[in-house]
Structures are given as structure tokens and as C-alpha cells.
Design a protein around this ligand. Sequence first.
Ligand code: FAD
Length: 477
Amino acid sequence: APALVWFRDDLRLADNPALTHAIASGRPVLALFVFDDGDAGQRRRGAASRWWLAQSLRQLARAIAAKGGRLILRSGAASHVVPGVAGEVGARLVTWNRRYEAAAMAVDAGIKTALTADHVVAESFSAALLREPSTVKSRAGQPMQVFTPFWRAHQAKGEPRAALPEPVRISGFAGAIASEDLDDWGLEPRSPDWAAGFGAAWQPGEAGARARLLAFLDNGLASYAETRDRPDLAATSRLSPHLRFGEISAVQIWHAARLAAELHQPPGLPKFLSEVGWREFAYHLLYHRPDLARENVRKRFDGFAWTNDPAHLLAWQRGLTGYPLVDAGMRELWRTGWMHNRVRMVAASFLVKHLKTDWRAGEAWFWDTLVDADPANNAASWQWVAGSSADAAPFFRIFNPMAQAQTFDPAGDYVRRWVPELAGLPAGAIHQPWTAAAADLAQAGVTLGVTYPRPIVDHARAREQALAAFAELEDVE
Ligand code: FAD
């Protein structure tokens, strides 16, 4: 009787406790992925995530086959499919790695109950995070609301568990069992192929994740603390989509970074590990607040007078706000499925504060277009930018997109790359073309309002209006 390994957000062979456990049972192993998008109250994956999923599953199927095993694909409600496949092959053991969205946890709990009732052993493992989110608590035993004490408490618990090696061989289940065809799931765009640029930017799958990690440890970690806020440099790890799909684990990253920095502890190391810590914190928040992507943590924000102008939202989505740094970020997102963190903060703040658009509209757009769209990180980050979470940036600290651009894209190279119609402008003008000298505009071939939009809102006025709306909110309470 085989052991069934149910893959979900853990599309890797190394450091995969569910897989390792199934192999160690000595039974033949069958790997299963279930496409159950939108089932049982779970959020439907966004379009960019579907693209990534398709690539990642192809890589996983190949990697499993190369070890002697087999991945089968099924679609439908996991609550039927998983016990169904277990029954078809007569599995006595089913394993999986845990996930932390409430709807998904409810599905898993139901399946565990059903399997146990059928006398099938169901076992789940901790694999996605450095620690289970329930184990980090305040001194009073409460969930934590603020990052710094959370991260301190997290680290005080000691080193994360050791990473598991990749299995040498998978003794595959040899019986007859049908698999669906990935191409029938329609995960990839046909025409127009908006994901055409994704393939050049990314190598989805475990091998690509490992290559990305090694390149970052060699070239990025030492200077990470100084350069991580610079979108014009390739200074961060870009591991986020790989982490999102579990092609690499936070535990593997943690130990590899520690080892790489053993000889000369670079200042980048604690900074980098604390960013991985922000991911732990976001999952801690999501675990304790399942509605993190839907409800303001601070209820006072429920009364905020959003303008929600659809034309403004569209201009933001298309990268046509007239603010070059915001537009560069939104276009980087559209073309590659990813945006630099500093620019995510500026673009998100601009939507919420300058355009007075409900953060949930921005969260939904990011959910659809990011290859790293993550139920915890995305929701927690949007609430942080909007000012509506417990640990948020205060609402009155409104990013100035021009000042941010001058500090973090000093020569304008990031804007030149993603907003090519401004590429000919000098550094002094590229971040606010409406102040450029007529001769500079003419030489660069820029006609404001024709080749590139004028600002859709005036920075100073928008700022005042946002602050006024916020002040009203406090008056209400
Ligand atoms: P690095 O700087 O190399 O960091 C390493 C890893 O740490 C990242 O891969 C990521 O897993 C984690 N990390 C880094 N910063 C954060 C952070 N602020 N919060 C949580 N985890 C972090 N990240 C996502 O993974 N998915 C999202 O959907 C997402 N949405 C965001 C939305 C907004 C509005 C903002 C401001 C940030 C969002 N982030 C999200 C966080 C952050 O921007 C990305 O994790 C980061 O840019 C990924 O690039 P990297 O892998 O090169 O990061």
C-alpha cells in the first residue's frame, strides 16, 4: 500500500518533511497536486500566480520522475479528491505540509478527519516557516501585534530546525492511476500573452530557486543593508515567488545565509534575516486574523471617506499617473510580475493616500499581477502602508514620490528602464518632468499630456486632502 504525498505550497523535494516522512515509511510513494482554486472559501489564485504554478508544477513533475517517482494532477474539491485518490490506490498513509489560511486549514482538518475515519494515517508537518506561527507569543501568552518584539521573541526561541536533504531516490507507486493534463487547466495566457516577459525574468522551480539563492549569497548579501532600497540596482534576493510556492524554504534560506556569512559577518546578514522575519510576522498576523486581506485591523479606518475614482485606479494600474517612479513600478509589475519593495511602498501609498482609493483595490490588483502574491505578505503590507494595521506606518506620514525617487533612484535609471518615453530626460528632471526646462523636454522628445501624462493629481493638494480625510476620521471616533 503506497504513501500519498499531497503537494500544495511546497513544490520542492529538498527540505520537504511530508515527502521525507513518506519515503521513510518504506512504502512506495505517490505524489499528488490538486487544483482546487476557489473551492471551500479559498481565494482564487491571481493570473500571475497561475502562470507561475504551471511552470513550477512542470519542474516538480520532472524532478520527481528523475528520482523514480510520479506526480499526478487532479482538479476538484480537495475534500473529495484527496480521500478519493487515497481510496483508489489503497494508500495507508497520507502526508502534507501545513498552510495557514483559515479556509485551507479547515479543508485540511476535514480531510484528516475523513482519512482517519477510513483508518488511513494522515500526518501534517511544519515546512513553510521558520516556526509555527502559533508558537510565538508575548510574555502574557498573547499573539503579537508589533514586529520588533515579535522578531525578538521569535529569535529567543533559538535556531530554526535543520533543513532536510533532498531524497536520493523516490520508490514510485507502480499501480495504474490517471492524471489530468496540466494544459487543460488553462493556467497560462494564450492571446494576448501578457506573461511573455515573465519567462525572461524568472526560472520557476526548485533549481531556479536554488540558483537565485546562491547568486544572492555570492553577490548581494554583503551589501544588502546599504543597497536593498535601491530599485535601480539588482540588490535584493528576488526569492519571493520561490518562497511563495515553496520551491525553497525559509529554513533553507536561513541556514544557507548564516553559513555564507560565517567568516565575515556582513551587516547585510541580520537585515536580510529580519526581512525573512517580516514574512514570519505576516503569517503570524494572518494566522490570528484570517480576514487580514478583507478587514481593517484598526476599525476606525472603516469610516474612511475613500474617493474610489475608477479612472484613477485604472491610471495607477496602467502606470499612467504622471508620477514617474509610481508608473515605473506599476509597469515593472505588469511586465515581470514583481516590483521592488521600496517602489511597492511608494506605489501603494500613492494609491491609498494621493488617490484616496481603498487599499483593498490595490491589494486585489497586486494579488492578480504579482508572481509572489502571498496571502499573508500582501495583505499585511497593504494594511501597513494604509495605516490600518496595529504596527502600521502612521497615516500622516505620506510618501513624497519625487523625494523618494531622488533618494532611491538618484540617476533615474530605474525610471528610464520602465518608462522609456522619459529616458532622454536628465536626472534632475526625470522624476518630475512637469518642472523640466522646455529645451530638455524638446530634446528628449517628451510632450506632456501627449507622450507622457501630466500628474493626475497635484501632490501638495492630494496630501492635504488625505490628511483632512484622516482628521475627519479621528473626529468621528
Ligand atoms: P528580499 O529583500 O530579498 O527579502 C527576502 C524575503 O523576505 C522575501 O523574498 C520575502 O519573502 C521576505 N520579505 C521581504 N520584505 C518583506 C516584507 N515587507 N513583508 C513580508 N515579507 C518580506 N511580499 C510577498 O512575498 N508577497 C506579496 O504579495 C507582497 N506584497 C506586498 C505589497 C506591498 C504593498 C508591499 C509594500 C510589500 C509587499 N511584499 C510582498 C513584501 C516585499 O515587497 C517583497 O517580499 C519583496 O519585495 C520581495 O523581493 P525579494 O525577494 O527580493 O526580497
